[in-house]
Write a protein that binds this ligand. Structure first.
Ligand SMILES: C[S@@+](CC[C@H](N)C(=O)[O-])C[C@H]1O[C@@H](n2cnc3c(N)ncnc32)[C@H](O)[C@@H]1O
Length: 362
């Protein structure tokens, strides 16, 4: 094995260990300390995500929600993005807010004062995408009632591999740590959507979503403690698609600067009718580790760049490694973003698979 690869793997294992350590609670923390810790934990979790397999991220503006004429239609639109991301095994969906300067997600939520109505397009899209990605059995605990979720029951489910039913067994399960703990137990009880809660070997704050390694023994009465693993583990070790993460980016420069992967995105693709047309059979992607495909809103990516103070005077072609027109013979004057996401992800499917297969062989 090459020295570089070994070093990369060591760095990735360290980042994984850090992700788990961030979840742990130190006994005897005060509430305030716990809150601070939770904030720090969220930040740190966003900061470094370790993935061995190549990742695919898409970025798109939350403003596309404003084109929908009712809450129900907006919900359906968000549902389409979630379906596309799942069907094409996207690892990360970045929702762009087209703000001139940078703010982070907590500032956005504070601005909106967490009001039940009038959520911005970005906040709405993030909420629906996260809700749909969460296995059904965890939703009640992780998502308080909210007006924006009123029509979410109408949407087709994502049916992703981590959305497991009670009778199904898989090497990993998503779970949520519980408030009620048996007093004599050292670890934390976790609801993983089975008939019985499982005990993990770490102290983790209640209400935290975790990925649990389930092993192969289906008997839950053995008294075994289970292990929490990084959410990237099912993908890296079992080659299972394990859903997407959703990230807020106040503008397009924040999409890049806030990249959660070590080393950042190493191949950037912009999509537009103004891009170059290349047949999908002739497209060859470099052996990327973290690919980003960006979509624009009503006025395209060019406007997203113009509105971003950090990118003043930049041309789209400078920002992206490839600026592609994926449907050169379009019959409609415009392709809507939600349609473009499906068309583009299908267009890239083969070239992305080739890169993923290459990494499998290494
Ligand atoms: C309503 S269109 C914006 C129209 C704009 N003139 C443009 O730059 O394509 C919304 C988004 O859909 C995607 N899109 C639309 N037509 C496309 C095409 N022919 N090829 C690739 N992406 C396209 C782009 O991401 C675009 O920003």
């Amino acid at each position: 094995m090459g020295k570089k690869k070994k070093e990369r793997e060591r760095a990735e294992r360290e980042a994984e260990e850090q992700e788990i350590a961030n979840l742990e609670l130190v006994n005897g923390d005060s509430n305030e300390k716990k809150q601070k810790k939770k904030k720090r934990k969220n930040k740190e979790q966003n900061d470094v995500e370790s993935y061995e397999t190549p990742t695919v991220s898409i970025a798109l503006p939350g403003s596309i929600i404003h084109n929908a004429q009712s809450l129900e239609l907006a919900t359906r639109l968000a549902g389409q993005i979630a379906r596309a991301a799942t069907i094409f095994q996207v690892d990360e969906v970045v929702v762009i807010d087209n703000k001139a300067t940078s703010v982070d997600e907590s500032e956005l939520l504070m601005e909106e004062n967490s009001s039940d109505d009038n959520e911005s397009g970005a906040a709405f899209l993030i909420r629906i995408l996260r809700y749909l990605e969460t296995p059904q059995y965890l939703r009640k605990r992780l998502f308080p009632k909210h007006n924006s979720l009123r029509f979410v029951g109408l949407l087709p489910p994502l049916d992703a591999p981590h959305h497991l039913r009670k009778h199904e067994w898989a090497p990993y399960r998503e779970g949520v740590t519980l408030k009620d703990q048996a007093p004599d137990l050292a670890g934390t009880l976790v609801d993983v959507g089975l008939n019985k809660n499982v005990l993990i070997d770490k102290g983790i704050e209640p209400g935290t979503r975790v990925t649990v390694a389930m092993g192969s023994n289906r008997n839950l009465d053995t008294g075994l403690t289970y292990q929490v693993v990084p959410s990237s583990r099912p993908r890296d070790d079992a080659r299972m698609y394990w859903g997407y993460k959703v990230r807020y980016a106040s503008n397009i420069s924040a999409v890049l600067s806030g990249c959660p992967y070590k080393g950042g995105y190493d191949h950037l693709i912009g999509t537009s009718e103004h891009g170059v047309a290349i047949k999908s059979s002739e497209l060859s992607l470099p052996s990327f580790r973290h690919l980003l495909i960006a979509f624009g809103g009503l006025a395209g990516l060019e406007e997203c760049i113009e509105e971003d103070n950090n990118l003043k005077g930049k041309d789209v072609r400078e920002l992206f490694d490839l600026y592609l027109n994926i449907c050169p013979n379009q019959g409609s004057r415009t392709i809507r973003t939600e349609e473009a996401v499906f068309i583009c992800l299908q267009y890239f499917q083969e070239s992305i698979s080739r890169v993923r297969d290459m990494h499998k062989k290494i």
